[in-house]
Design a protein around this ligand. Structure first.
Ligand code: AMP
Length: 178
């Protein structure tokens, strides 16, 4: 087993491109090979959290569903709590909801109204930034509950879809950029 630290390039090399999934024209970025490799998974969490001190963050917020994987591991590393942003209808307590436009139709995500105390310092994490609709809606939910967003972090950014533009005003970082 080699102990050479894994880099963003190693993570990029492991991401699998699946053409036409889940529908024609979409190039799906499959992160399961990164998760399955102990060193790459650990490196992705180290790199996603590299600007943050353990103890300096109250909570890490993950977006349903692949965002949960990275956000919960990052929460342990940062000695912070974990908060889920879920698809509408899944959270059991009272929620705030936020809708956003998809290519066809709209999607709605939700957060518990008491997920954090107002003024809490949070980091928002998702696996991938595409058009930015999901991340922008999640950031709006965090605003509704009074959270302070320290960083918005993505493992992958599809820069040609312009999500960064939609997220301007938020401190966003992404590791692997296409
Ligand atoms: P968007 O709201 O357009 O930025 O889309 C981001 C969300 O959709 C993320 O939660 C991703 O998991 C998912 N997503 C969008 N495009 C892709 C893609 N090409 N490969 C994998 N996941 C994607």
């Amino acid at each position: 087993m080699d102990h050479v630290p894994k880099t963003v390039q190693d993570i990029k090399n492991a991401i699998r491109n699946i053409p036409d999934f889940p529908k024609p024209g979409i190039q799906f970025k499959d992160i399961t090979p990164v998760l399955a490799d102990a060193q790459l998974f650990a490196a992705s969490i180290d790199l996603l959290t590299e600007n943050l001190e353990p103890g300096s963050v109250d909570a890490v917020v993950g977006i349903d569903a692949r965002g949960f994987i990275f956000a919960s591991a990052a929460a342990i590393k940062l000695k912070a709590g974990f908060i889920p942003v879920r698809k509408k209808g899944k959270l059991p307590f009272s929620t705030h909801e936020q809708s956003y436009e998809l290519e066809y139709g709209t999607n709605t995500i939700a957060i518990h109204t008491d997920a954090v105390k107002p003024g809490s310092r949070v980091v928002l994490i998702d696996d991938l930034l595409a058009t930015g609709g999901t991340a922008e809606a999640a950031a709006q939910l965090l605003k509704k509950i009074g959270a302070e967003i320290l960083e918005v972090n993505f493992l992958i950014e599809l820069s040609f879809l312009g999500g960064r533009e939609k997220m301007k005003g938020y401190p966003i970082r992404s590791l692997v950029v296409y």
